[in-house]
Design a protein around this ligand. Structure first.
Ligand code: F6P
Ligand code: MG
Length: 452
């Protein structure tokens, strides 16, 4: 039996070795499709590379495609996972992680696409895509997912306009807003940011998946699809921040967004962050994104800046006003963007305190951490076969640098913290409830509540 299966009550990882499971179907069908799209994108941009870099651009394009085709073949034929060779900042961590898994699996079986943890091999694929790009210097800054992310932003313009108009109304009347009204706005914008997570591109293998209607109008009808709703606790956490040494005084603190997708979802996060600052619920917001293109639609520094610039220059009064405000927050340091390499490693978050202690220490300084999206949920819970009634706190396995909340639409079959019978009922009514993106959770945990 694999070592991880016997480790003290911790269930095994989801894996493509369970034939027919969502993990299996993803590795068999969705990942090769994503690789094929990446290859097509690079090929389509051949002329652009030639214009930019001449003949060496063409050579790089060919070489990258050949590495990616080899990768697709390794995946489809369940070849062993290979060590990385690009000698970058995180290469050693990846290779050590491979060794760790090899030791756990034992000598008889190689770490491979269909036999090893799904979370690991899926992350590894995105790192190998990046290796193919980085090994070809003239095109090493090329983002193979850029076109889809930009398209998702442009296709959701109507929804973005509606949200910026709503934000303008809220901000304009902030002085006269009662606590009750503030809590209502908070609830709405938190949920808009939650449902923004429906719009990721990796679940649709890169196909268009944008928001076209006003998200505020849909919130009531979506409420029944929120399986766990801890939004009240999030609200009270933000309202009970104490200044060190001044027990009773309520003040605003730092909120960190661990971002997920660019395009529409990022705009919903920026709108929510804007509200947190303008309402005084937070005085500082830190955004954590990815160091390189990841899971098709995840936010990189370039996407982050691009989105603010696009919003600033939009031909819509309240959109451009919002964008200008966001740029101002960035300049003043009220907002900041960070991209620690740990976010693009395959580790479960319970490993963070050991494997990225600097990041863990930074997160400890936040008053609230908002983890966006499905992949972050998988990493929070370790992407394991947990019983649905197991507590969210248990599944975190000691991870808890600060009070935290997961805002996630369900796109992978791991779900904890449900009521007895809730999971079974959902399975009988809607067999795909864990993977369709139709359901969501707002799940909160505070290390403070377990300290006494
Ligand atoms: O396979 C679908 C999938 O790629 C999951 O692996 C992953 O958890 C999810 O889509 C990405 O979703 P999100 O962008 O919400 O993290
Ligand atoms: Mg994503």
């Amino acid at each position: 039996m694999a070592a991880e299966q016997i480790s003290h009550g911790v269930p095994p990882s989801l894996s493509a070795k369970v034939v027919g499971s969502f993990a299996y179907l993803t590795v068999r069908d969705r990942l090769p499709t994503i690789l094929t799209r990446v290859i097509d994108t690079i090929h389509r941009n051949k002329n652009k590379f030639f214009e930019q870099f001449g003949e060496s651009g063409i050579q790089a394009e060919k070489q990258a495609i050949s590495l990616l085709s080899k990768l697709r073949n390794e995946l489809q034929t369940d070849k062993p996972v290979l060590a990385l060779t690009d000698g970058l900042q995180d290469t050693e961590s990846w290779n050590q992680y491979l060794q760790r898994h090899q030791n756990m699996q034992g000598d008889q079986e190689a770490v491979s696409w269909f036999k090893s943890p799904w979370l690991y091999v899926e992350c590894y694929m995105y790192r190998r895509i990046q290796e193919a790009i980085w090994l070809n210097p003239p095109i090493c800054d090329y983002d193979v997912f850029n076109e889809g992310k930009a398209q998702s932003y442009f296709e959701s313009q109507q929804a973005v306009m509606a949200l910026c108009t709503y934000l303008e109304e809220v901000n304009k009347n902030m002085e006269e807003t009662s606590k009750n009204q503030l809590s209502e706005h908070f609830n709405k914008l938190l949920k808009v940011s939650l449902w923004g997570n429906k719009c990721d591109l990796s679940i649709s293998a890169g196909q268009e998946n944008s928001q076209k209607t006003s998200p505020i109008d849909s919130l009531n009808s979506l409420q029944t699809f929120i399986l766990v709703d801890d939004s009240n606790v999030v609200w009270s956490t933000l309202n009970s921040i104490e200044e060190p040494g001044q027990q009773e005084k309520s003040t605003s603190g730092r909120v960190d967004f661990v971002l997920d997708n660019a395009g529409f979802e990022l705009v919903t996060d920026l709108i929510f962050a804007d509200f947190l600052v303008s309402s005084g619920l937070a005085c500082e917001v830190r955004f954590h994104g990815k160091c390189f293109p990841w899971f098709v639609s995840d936010v990189t520094a370039q996407d982050f800046q691009w989105t603010i610039r696009q919003t600033m220059t939009a031909n819509h009064k309240w959109m451009s006003k919002s964008g200008v405000q966001w740029q101002k927050y960035m300049k003043e340091g009220v907002w900041s963007y960070h991209d620690h390499p740990f976010w693009t490693l395959p580790h479960e978050f319970c490993d963070m305190s050991t494997d990225a202690p600097d990041l863990y220490a930074t997160l400890m300084e936040a008053n609230l951490l908002l983890f966006k999206g499905d992949l972050n949920y998988r990493k929070l819970t370790g992407d394991r076969h947990w019983d649905h009634t197991v507590g969210f706190d248990t599944s975190l396995r000691g991870f808890g640098p600060a009070p935290l909340c997961s805002l996630r639409t369900l796109k992978a079959n791991v779900q904890v913290g449900l009521q007895p019978g809730q999971g079974e009922k959902l399975t009988s009514q809607d067999p795909d409830w864990m993977t369709s993106g139709k359901y969501a959770v707002i799940q909160f945990y505070s290390p403070k509540s377990v300290q006494t």
